[in-house]
Design a protein around this ligand. Sequence first.
Ligand code: KG4
Ligand code: ZN
Length: 350
Amino acid sequence: AAPLRVLGIESSCDETGVALVELPEGVAGAAAPRLLAHALHSQIDMHQAYGGVVPELASRDHIRRVVPLLRETLAGAGLGLEAVDVVAHTRGPGLAGALLVGTGAACALAMALDRPVLGVHHLEGHLLSPFLSVDPPEFPFVALLVSGGHTQLMRVDGVGRYALLGETIDDAAGEAFDKSAKMLGLGYPGGPALARLAEQGHPQAYRLPRPLLRGDLLDFSFAGLKTAVWTQLAKIDAGEDTAGDGHAQERADLAASTQAAIVEVLVAKSLLALKQTGLKRLVVAGGVGANRQLRADLDAQCRRRGVRVHYPELHLCTDNGAMIALAAAMRLQSGQAEARRQYDFDVRPR
Ligand code: KG4
Ligand code: ZN
């Protein structure tokens, strides 16, 4: 069968991503999807000055970037526009105005090319992103989805066959990283910055809460941690600055202790989900999945239990177009979705 090429456009938050994924034998073939090319632009520098994502600036920047990134992707694949068979886009969740840019671009492009379109759930993109790694997982598996907006544990039996096992009842894990980092004056996005500072600190220096750690529940709660970090930081700042360095060591210690608290809960709940389902495979996806401490602890704990852990390639942990093109391709291949020549569109911010 002829190959099928899916163009994916991601614009749900602060990165614009475009990618081309190929099903080498078409939808009917069993051959695994291949990433032909992808291009990404992060708006981090632009939002940094504001300490967080400014929705209108995000939308306007997606508009500026989407066509150049499309050109870059096609050039990277050595293909022309007519090589695109299906156009996929992130339909939600995310910022409404930002989603409209990628969705509008996808529908306009598909209409002009007379190709079908397919809207993809952003989290399904994250969830399936490890299938683009050199060592893709096999179904079924437990998935730990940890991003800036979501923290979920899922049982995944196949494409489109997802059962929610537990999720956060308040803040997401990425949010806990970001908010703690902001209090420590580390700017945006806080996750990577806090992780860097944590390398200089002692993870046991401060006792911070691990909410919902005990018991059989697979739900998470991170709101209390934020308050504890705030209280601890106030104590540190009120103390005498004997070294004259603005309490640098204490701040690093607090960063390390915060990371340790978040990671410990994520690891414990993942192990509990594996135990409850009896599954021996874990997939970790979403931005927080890039965290080194999380990876090291999960790897060590899972090795002892004979569990294989799969991660997306590091550069595909945070938002990108490749995971959107991939999710669309895998949905089409598994018969879980149909792309349509229907160009009136809407988005699903929540
Ligand atoms: O998946 P993602 O790119 O966007 C959402 O869909 O939310 O995740 C972004 C989140 C942010 O909260 C960011 O701080 C966090 O992932 N993050 C990290 C790391 N890299 C990104 N958190 C901890 N350690 C990291 N190395
Ligand atoms: Zn995301």
